[in-house]
Structure formats: C-alpha cells, structure tokens
Design a protein around this ligand. Structure first.
Ligand SMILES: Cc1cc2nc3c(=O)[nH]c(=O)nc-3n(C[C@H](O)[C@H](O)[C@H](O)COP(=O)(O)O)c2cc1C
Length: 330
C-alpha cells in the first residue's frame, strides 16, 4: 500500500509518528531508532521553565499497558531553543517534527509558542491540552474546559503560522464539541488521545507511582482512542492524529478507518524501540482489499466544512466574534 500522505503543506513519507514524551527530542533514541524512516515525531512537552517532574517511581505496568506520572520533566524553553532544536535541524532530514508545548496557564502556552516560533528544526506545534499529570492544576486538563481550549488555541494561532495541533483528552464525554471548539479557534489538526487518569495500588494499598495517580497508556487505550478519533472525524474536517494503544499495523489501519491521517506510537516503543519503524514497514507491505491503493483511501469521507458550520451548536457560535458569526450564518 502507498503510505505517503500530503498534509499541512508537506508530504509525510509514511503516517507513523512517535508520540510526545516517548522519544525525548529524538537524539535520545537516535542510536537505536532510524528516526528518518518515520513520518515524524513529537517532542517531549516543553514548559517555560525546566522541570524535574514528579517523584519516582514514575512508570509502572499492568495487564492492559502501562501507567506513568512523569510530570512533564523537560529542559524548558531556553535549552529547547539552544540545544534540542539545533540537533533536530542538523540531524533529522526526512521525518517531520512537532514541538509539544505545555503551560500551566493560557499565558504560558502563548509565551511558549511565541518563544519557539522563529527557531529552526520543526514543522509545527502540538498543544498539550490534556496532560493528566500536571499537579499544579490538580490533574484537571485544559482539554476538558472548552472556553480555555478556545482561548489557548486562538492565542497560539495568532502567534504562529506553523501547523498547529491541539491534543485532546480521552476522558472527554463530548469530544466532538471540544474538537469543534479547537478547530473553530484555529487548530489545523487534532491529536487524540493523551493518557487516561488512573490509579494502581500495591497489595498494601499504597499507590504504585510516586505521585499517586498517573496516566494509563498502551493496549487499554485502543478502543478509547478509536472512539475519540471517530467522534472528532464526524464533527470536523481537519486532519487527525490518532493514538492510544497502537502496537502493530492493524491498529494503525483501525485508526485510519476511524478517520486518522497520521498515527502515533507511544507505549509500544518501550517494549520495542523500533516499533514505529516496524509499523511503517508493515503498513507499506499491507495488502488492502481491492479498490484501496493507499493509506489515504482507508479513511472515511471528511465532512464538508460548510455543512459542518451549519450544524454548529449555538454555544460555539457565541464564542465567535460578531463578524465571524455573521460570515458563517450567511
Ligand atoms: C512515559 C510517557 C510520557 C508521556 N509524555 C507526554 C508528554 O510529554 N506530552 C504529551 O502530550 N503526551 C505524553 N504522553 C502521552 C503519549 O504521547 C500518548 O498520548 C499516550 O501514551 C497514548 O499512546 P500510547 O498508548 O501509544 O502510549 C506520554 C506517555 C508516556 C507513556
């Protein structure tokens, strides 16, 4: 099957990305993984200041996958600019890179986008609106608060012309609405899903993770991610990055069937660091049913933005400026 796909004004040689937080800034994996064989990767989420993250242990396993509470450990904006992005610029040639950013407030998100926008080495931003391990906000992700989603995405949109992805949460019962809010505010694409809040206890009743709760990832997330992608596909026209539980090419194909243009791989890389390359290779070797020649052919039809606009709930319309509202009511 042909696996190259044109998106965001460029060509991805295949649809496989390594997920945010599971491949550092590329360099950490570059001895073991041929990053340029991938469609791309998303960096560890960057915050304004360097962060040491949450207390150990930060990662644990269970039957359905793993749970982590890394707490956004990262080098901060300044070192990302001076060390991480220059390495990516000089060493990554075919894979596309999205820089993930995470703020504790709207302003922090906007300062991160403004502070990184003119650096070299990356294609676009992924706004991590859905981290369940941010203790400063009590684990409440921005993605579950649509007005804040609108504020962050529209503010980021005003600060960059690069492709802008909004990463949404798996525990969003109305993910179609959040998806629409993010797209109306200017997101070029959506990434679904982040980890799901969870808790594992040892036989003595003590949490297995140093921070107590954590984010569930791996196979248990597959049906949850597929549902979120499918709901977002029905509600919006933008490209979707589907992830959660992808372990092999069949899972990636399921995400494409649900509406994803790209797929992310996180937890699977911990057992097999070359899982991304394997999935990309297996997709290329995939023999689809007749009538399907390429990865893009697997995807369901994308809704017409005109029809989508007419169908929009009033609440979304109220958040637009008067001029914009008048335009889509015409
Ligand atoms: C150890 C670990 C660290 C992660 N760090 C981040 C992060 O910094 N930013 C982010 O948006 N998502 C982060 N994630 C979430 C992943 O990007 C992905 O959304 C999630 O793990 C689901 O995909 P998977 O089932 O393939 O792992 C992290 C996940 C893991 C397992």
């Amino acid at each position: 099957m042909k696996v190259a796909i044109d998106l965001f004004g460029t060509t991805f040689q295949n649809p496989v990305l390594l997920a945010a937080g599971t491949c550092g800034f590329g360099r950490e994996l570059s001895d073991v993984v041929d990053l340029d064989a991938l469609g791309g990767f998303v960096t560890k989420s960057v915050t304004l200041e360097p962060r040491h993250g949450n207390p150990a242990p930060r990662v644990t396993e269970f039957g359905g996958g793993m749970m982590n509470s890394i707490g956004l450990a990262n080098p901060g904006l300044a070192r990302t600019r001076t060390e991480k992005l220059p390495w990516i610029r000089d060493n990554i040639h075919r894979a596309h890179v999205f820089v993930s950013v995470a703020g504790h407030s709207v302003e922090e998100f906007l300062d991160l986008v403004a502070g990184l926008d003119d650096a070299d080495g990356f294609l676009g931003f992924e706004l991590n609106l859905s981290c369940p391990n941010d203790t400063r906000r009590g684990g409440a992700p921005f993605a579950l608060d649509p007005p804040l989603v609108a504020e962050i995405v529209s503010g980021a949109r005003a600060r960059t012309e690069r492709p802008l992805l909004a990463k949404l949460a798996p525990n969003d019962l109305d993910v179609s609405k959040t998806a629409r809010v993010a797209v109306d505010a200017g997101a070029d694409g959506l990434t679904l899903v982040n980890t799901l809040p969870g808790l594992l206890l040892d036989p003595g009743g003590a949490p297995e993770l140093g921070a107590g709760q954590g984010g569930v990832s791996g196979p248990a997330l597959l049906p949850i991610g597929l549902r979120a992608v499918s709901s977002a596909r029905a509600a919006t026209h933008v490209p979707l990055v589907g992830l959660g539980g992808v372990g092999g090419a069949a899972d990636a194909v399921a995400y494409a069937r649900a509406g994803a243009s790209l797929v992310g791989i996180g937890t699977a890389s911990f057992a097999d660091p070359r899982a991304g390359e394997r999935v990309a290779r297996d997709l290329r070797a995939w023999r689809p049913r007749s009538g399907i020649a390429s990865w893009s052919d697997l995807q369901p039809p994308v809704p017409d933005p005109e029809v989508e606009a007419l169908d929009r709930p009033a609440q979304t319309a109220e958040r637009r400026t008067g001029e914009e509202t008048a335009a889509w009511r015409r």
